[in-house]
Design a protein. Structure first.
Ligand SMILES: CC(C)(COP(=O)(O)OP(=O)(O)OC[C@H]1O[C@@H](n2cnc3c(N)ncnc32)[C@H](O)[C@@H]1OP(=O)(O)O)[C@@H](O)C(=O)NCCC(=O)NCCS
Length: 187
């Protein structure tokens, strides 16, 4: 379980960051579909996630029941403005790893929400007793995201060329990773 946390943003609004519930399904879907149209740095464009709300409910449940996975939302005045996920690998030999994703509505970029969500997700991973490595993929031109991840200690581990194709151009994806070790571990 991840306890809810509330923060005051520089614009004085209060953001609540908490685990996603199935009742958030429609809001999550529409927020993701909006963000897809606001950035070139996600794997989907605006309105491209055209599956039904029930499918999103199943996705939320699937995250909730796995010990090594979590889906989080950030809410401002009852509106879902951001989603972050850690998708833990299902097989035993990989179950200590997983992939992180984070998406925030453009109107809320640069306010510290990404930093807060990442901090909470890393704390959750540290206290999970399972997670020992967080992986993520980031578009090579996504400077804001790369800066945020590097500030948190993520290191670039590899480059996959031609992962994105947009407007007749290819872009690479950078794999980044953060080791999660207990304080007394030397592994
Ligand atoms: C990338 C994203 C998650 C960052 O979250 P955010 O809430 O905007 O970022 P924060 O306000 O927490 O800023 C965190 C750090 O990012 C960097 N940053 C913020 N704004 C920046 C800007 N305009 N240019 C470059 N770096 C910037 C800074 O290093 C900042 O740390 P600082 O405030 O201590 O200087 C968010 O902008 C987003 O969802 N973008 C669209 C989707 C996306 O790209 N997702 C990531 C896919 S891998």
């Amino acid at each position: 379980m991840m306890p809810m946390q509330r923060f005051r943003l520089p614009n004085r609004q209060i953001v609540a960051i908490r685990e996603a519930q199935t009742r958030d399904a429609a809001a999550i879907l529409s927020t993701l579909n909006q963000i897809g149209g606001e950035t070139d740095f996600l794997t989907f464009g605006g309105g491209e996630l055209n599956y039904p709300v029930e499918a999103q409910e199943h996705i939320i449940e699937a995250f909730a029941i796995r010990d090594n996975s979590v889906m989080m939302v950030a809410e401002i005045e009852g509106k879902v403005v951001a989603i972050a996920t850690f998708d833990g690998a299902p097989r035993a030999r990989l179950a200590h790893t997983g992939e992180l994703g984070i998406s925030i509505l453009q109107a809320y970029w640069g306010l510290g929400i990404g930093r807060r969500m990442m901090d909470m997700l890393i704390d959750w991973a540290k206290s999970s007793g399972i997670i020992r490595k967080i992986n993520l993929r980031v578009h090579e031109k996504n400077e804001r995201a790369i800066k945020l991840y590097e500030k948190l200690g993520f290191r670039q581990e590899g480059v996959i060329s031609r992962e994105y194709q947009m407007g007749g151009q290819f872009f690479s994806n950078i794999w980044m990773g953060l080791a999660i070790d207990p304080p007394d571990s030397t592994d």
